[in-house]
Ligand binder design. Sequence first.
Ligand code: NAP
Length: 289
Amino acid sequence: MKILVTGVNGLVGNSIIKLLFNTQHKVFKSSRRVEGFADHKVDISLKNDLDLFFSKFDPDVVINCAAMANVDLCELEKKSCDDVNITGIRNLVDVCARYNCHLTHISTDYIFDGKKDSGIYLESDTPSPQSYYAKSKLEGEKIITSSSIKYSILRTILVYGIHEKLNIVTFIKKSLEEGRAVSLVDDQIRMPTYVDDLSRACISASENKAIGIFNVCGSEQMSYLEIGKRIADHFSLDKNLIKHVKTKDLNQKAERPFKTGFDLERSIRFLGYNPTSFNKSLDLMFNVS
Ligand SMILES: NC(=O)c1ccc[n+]([C@@H]2O[C@H](COP(=O)([O-])OP(=O)(O)OC[C@H]3O[C@@H](n4cnc5c(N)ncnc54)[C@H](OP(=O)(O)O)[C@@H]3O)[C@@H](O)[C@H]2O)c1
């Protein structure tokens, strides 16, 4: 297949192009500028960029990893957030409809308010987004689901992996290794997702042209505090550097859901999804045999 991957310099996009390397697919690596891993300029907020690319290469699938994914920044820069997370999706849907192209898109647990007791959401649960980012991501989903195109939407949670930009796992490990204190909340609970697991699910959804919404996350539910303790234990780092705080102490711009997690049955069944355990993913990331 001819696969266009957008946002390839980001955490997820980068993992996807690495996993697609040396496969039989023809992969087009794009971002809003030709830089880093991107060979093609495709700014999804610009209709013209998509038109030009599609008229030249006519891809079978787009895996959309382009997004404004910084939750607090979206609260401050609403127009930029809309441009990517809403207008960008409208542009993708429009061009996919005209070229009969499958769209694989990534969404978020933040579309839920996290008030469900178990914190375990089904694909069919009713969204209740709290932040501007979450609202924009839900709007993006709605543009796709109400269109006539063939699509897979993979919702995911707190993604981590090896990437030049720090994420929850690399940030905690680096801080503890350098003897710096980290403040972690015990009142936000997630099912953290190893990026390569998500990427494999995106590739499977694209290859099989799986239709609908799929939950994709790790298999273990834990607070940020627990994530920190698990990392410290795993790499024998100093747990005393972990400061236990509450969400209200952080003064974050955007509201976060309290407790999220996903029922994974549908992605296990239709995408062959098989999440890596948290400890195993730490070994894989840092080459521990
Ligand atoms: N990371 C998580 O914990 C998490 C959790 C749930 C859902 N998600 C979803 O997963 C997807 C991927 O997120 P991520 O963590 O990989 O984000 P990321 O690391 O911030 O990567 C996003 C990439 O998109 C690029 N981009 C931004 N605007 C663009 C545009 N207009 N056109 C083309 N490219 C553009 C960015 O380019 P620049 O490098 O130039 O900024 C960046 O490289 C997003 O849809 C996000 O909402 C992520």
